[in-house]
Design a protein around this ligand. Structure first.
Ligand SMILES: Cc1cc2nc3c(=O)[nH]c(=O)nc-3n(C[C@H](O)[C@H](O)[C@H](O)COP(=O)(O)OP(=O)(O)OC[C@H]3O[C@@H](n4cnc5c(N)ncnc54)[C@H](O)[C@@H]3O)c2cc1C
Length: 94
């Protein structure tokens, strides 16, 4: 994290300009928030996010980064795995 807000703003503008172009120069800075401990510690070992952990107990399913690793792609994969697990168990009980 940059030492001061002016440097942080300049770094963010530089990155956004590389992505979005000169239009970023027209944007007005409103406020800088410094969020300490925004992310939890994630020490290894991490669970394998490709292994489905959807079924908590009979009739109860969970999804999301709970039981997986942090990141939207893993939360979305977990959601798909859970939906597939629900459909599979429903089909088995018909
Ligand atoms: C600061 C920060 C930056 C991040 N940056 C990135 C990034 O750049 N790229 C990336 O891929 N991932 C990033 N992540 C991680 C990503 O946000 C998460 O992995 C993802 O949102 C997890 O999705 P989820 O659906 O499992 O959980 P969440 O998005 O946390 O959703 C859980 C929901 O459940 C609700 N909830 C909790 N308890 C209850 C309850 N008892 N009853 C009802 N509702 C409840 C919460 O309010 C929340 O809306 C970041 C996370 C943080 C905190």
């Amino acid at each position: 994290m940059s030492a001061d807000n002016a440097t942080a703003e300049a770094e963010v503008r530089q990155a956004l300009t590389a992505w979005l172009g000169a239009v970023v120069g027209d944007w007005r800075h409103l406020k800088t928030y410094r969020i300490v401990h925004a992310l939890p510690e994630q020490p290894p070992p991490a669970p394998d996010p490709t292994v489905c952990s959807a079924r908590e107990k009979p009739g109860v399913f969970v999804c999301g980064e709970y039981g997986s690793v942090p990141g939207m792609q893993w939360a979305l994969l977990s959601g798909r795995q859970t939906a597939e697990q629900v459909l599979k168990e429903r089909a088995a009980h018909r």
